[in-house]
Structure formats: structure tokens, C-alpha cells
Write a protein that binds this ligand. Structure first.
Ligand SMILES: Cc1ncc(COP(=O)(O)O)c(C=O)c1O
Length: 374
């Protein structure tokens, strides 16, 4: 008698599917690059910068090596440095905080709201005489409350630097990150909504001077070969990564729409499930669902059960920034940021990616409902 076979596992994100969609277009572009050996800051980099700028409606895009560099270089282009303080949410990926400390500025962490986005009330309380910038993180694919933050930043002359690493294509009041204020940094890490085949990132800004400074900073402080006006870095984008991003950008809107449809299916299917807190979209936001994150008690037990059922769930993120060993020097004990800590203990990311089928999603829902039964 043949054993019944269990269905294949469902990954948290399926990059194989995504790559297959663009493989031909990427191969054609790579062929050109291989034939010209134009490997660093080649013509595809400029083409991608132009295309991403047109896609977002933000006048300038400067491609760099990764999202952490994009944040750091954007802060440096605004001359943020060691005499300054920068406000960052405690529940983000650690890179947001690292980028601030890399400039020499002091990191000032604050709590999030129940929607996991930076809390404007906490920001208001944290603004001090040395504060020069606030970094809202558009976590999981939707914008933080930019109107509330702008109302705090503008009268005090503070910069708003958006961390849009998880929000390619997301908008608030119809505007993409970086269109207003101090600019935005994004990451094209492979698992992002728009991901390269390696590390990549970009800065978006409406300020031509800031864009020009970043063009220098990413290339050893030089915009003219062997002439170095500032002490810069090596943070250039490889031409082959730009070619991948160009091919994928053509599909980003369709892929984000598919994520949106899947998120709505989750919301409908899980709406009446006891013990689950579902994600909420803030008014005015076009959410691009980089992650679909629910909150649940006894999360680790639920996660183990999901994994045993072949569902690749994840945790974003298990330890808030102030409780990471890397930030012990801040001296922030447990209890410092109750909402960030509440979320870290309960958050659970369910699989969501454009190639996901409804049948796969139904299996995730069934596995989750079963995993919640005590
Ligand atoms: C919110 C956030 N900020 C910054 C980064 C850093 O980007 P990268 O890994 O490209 O340096 C990431 C991604 O990994 C992120 O999710």
C-alpha cells in the first residue's frame, strides 16, 4: 500500500516563483552587461534610478549598496553627526538603529502604537534640545502616521527621514515615501517586495543637493574620477543588481496587488478566530503587505505547530532593539517600551508572497486555526 504523501511545505516567502517570472528578462540584461563588463554603476544603475524615481514620483533616486547604507548616507547628507540626537522606533529591524549610531549621532528609541508603528505621542515626549531628526519606519508595508509626525517635526525644524525598506509601492494620502521632508531610504534585500539577487538599496529625495551629496558619498566622496571632495564610502550598486531591479520593477504593482488580495483573504478568513489580533491598515494608507503579521498568546507554541504542519511562519521581530545585546549601552531595561515588547512576544508572520495560491493560503488558515486549539 502506498503511503499518503503530505503536501509540499508552504514557505514564508517564495523567491523561486518570483525569480522564474523575470528570469528571461534578467538573462537578457545580464548578457549586455557581461558583454560590456560595465559592472559598477553602469548604465542599468542610472536607468533604474530614473525608473524608480518615475514609479514613486520622487524627483531623485540614488542607488546604493544596501538599505542600511541608504539610511546612513541620507542622514550624513543632511549633516547629521555626533552632536545630534535621532529618534527611532524600538520595534524595527536593527538596521534603522545601527545606521543612526554609524553617523555618530545619539540614538533615542521610542515606543510604537498598538499598530506597531512609531507612536507620535512618544516622539513628542522624546524631542529634546539635540534632536535633529525622526525616522518613522513604514513597518510591514504601511506608512507610519506621517501627518502627526509632520505636525511635530515642522514647527521644531526637525527632519523626517523615512525608513521605507519594507514599503516599496506603499503610499499615504497618495504619496510615496520620500516625496516630502528629508527623504526616504529603502532596501532591495532579496525578500523585499522589490528585491535584488543580493544586497541593494536606494535613497529617494526631492532635494537635488541632498541627492548630489549622496552620489558623492556612495563613491568615495567623488562625483568626478579621482577628485574627492568629501570622505565618502564604497556603497555603489552593482550594475547586474540594477538589471534585476529594472526587470522586477515592471511587475511590482501587479505583485503588490496580489499581496493586497491575499491580505484581504486572510482578514476575511481569520476575522472571527478567537485569540488572534489581526493587522489593521491606517486610514489613508495604501498598504503593500510586505508582511502579514498577527498577534497571538503563546506565540512560540503556535509557531512550532505551524512549522510542524509545513507552514513557514516567521517572527518580525522577536527582540525589540532596546533589548538587543548590541544596544546594552543604552541601559533600557524590560518594560521601557511596553507596546514594542508586547508585540515582540506575540507577533507571528504568516506566509504572503505574490506567487501564493489560494489553496496554499487556505492550508495556512486551517493550520493556524488548528494550532490555536489548546
Ligand atoms: C525596516 C528596515 N530597515 C532597514 C533595513 C536594512 O536594509 P539592508 O538589509 O538592505 O541593509 C531593513 C532590511 O533588511 C529593514 O527591514
Amino acid at each position: 500500500m502506498t503511503q499518503p504523501t503530505s503536501p509540499p511545505p508552504i514557505p514564508l516567502v517564495d523567491l523561486h516563483w518570483q525569480y522564474a517570472q523575470v528570469a528571461e528578462a534578467v538573462a537578457a540584461r545580464w548578457q549586455r552587461i557581461l558583454s560590456t563588463c560595465d559592472f559598477i554603476l553602469g548604465q542599468e544603475v542610472a536607468q533604474f534610478e530614473e525608473a524608480f524615481s518615475a514609479f514613486t514620483g520622487v524627483p531623485h533616486c540614488v542607488a546604493v549598496a544596501n538599505g542600511t547604507d541608504a539610511l546612513e548616507l541620507l542622514l550624513r547628507a543632511h549633516q547629521v553627526g555626533s552632536s545630534d540626537e535621532v529618534i527611532v522606533p524600538a520595534n524595527s529591524f536593527i538596521a534603522t538603529a545601527l545606521a543612526v549610531e554609524r553617523t555618530g549621532a545619539t540614538l533615542r528609541l521610542v515606543d510604537c502604537t498598538a499598530d506597531q508603528l512609531i507612536d507620535p505621542a512618544a516622539v513628542r515626549a522624546a524631542i529634546g534640545p539635540r534632536t535633529v531628526a525622526i525616522i518613522p519606519v513604514h513597518l510591514y508595508g504601511q506608512h507610519a502616521d506621517m501627518a502627526a509626525l509632520r505636525a511635530l517635526a515642522d514647527p521644531a525644524g526637525l527632519l523626517l527621514i523615512e525608513d521605507a525598506a519594507q514599503a516599496q509601492g506603499a503610499r499615504q494620502a497618495g504619496r510615496h515615501a520620500g516625496a516630502d521632508g528629508g527623504g526616504a531610504a529603502t532596501s532591495f534585500y532579496p525578500g523585499k517586495n522589490l528585491g535584488a539577487l543580493g544586497d541593494a538599496g536606494a535613497v529617494l529625495t526631492a532635494d537635488a543637493e541632498v541627492a548630489e551629496r549622496i552620489r558623492g558619498l556612495r563613491n568615495y566622496g567623488s562625483v568626478e574620477k579621482y577628485v574627492h571632495r568629501s570622505r565618502g564610502f564604497n556603497s555603489r550598486l552593482d550594475t547586474i543588481q540594477a538589471a534585476v531591479l529594472l526587470a522586477k520593477l515592471e511587475r511590482l504593482t501587479a505583485w503588490n496587488s496580489r499581496r493586497h488580495a491575499l491580505a484581504h483573504r486572510y482578514q476575511a478568513a481569520l476575522a472571527d478566530t478567537p485569540g488572534l489580533t489581526l493587522p489593521r491598515t491606517l486610514p489613508g494608507n495604501d498598504h503593500v503587505w510586505h508582511l502579514y503579521v498577527v498577534h497571538v498568546e503563546q506565540r512560540d507554541r503556535v509557531l512550532d505547530r505551524l512549522r510542524a504542519a509545513g507552514v513557514g511562519a516567521g517572527i518580525h521581530y522577536p527582540i525589540p532593539i532596546h533589548r538587543q545585546g548590541a544596544f546594552d549601552h543604552l541601559g533600557l531595561p524590560d518594560g521601557s517600551f511596553p507596546n514594542a515588547e508586547w508585540s515582540a512576544q506575540r507577533c507571528l508572520s504568516l506566509p504572503i508572497y505574490p506567487g501564493m495560491t489560494e489553496e496554499q493560503q487556505d492550508r495556512v488558515v486551517a493550520a493556524l486555526v488548528a494550532a490555536l486549539v489548546t
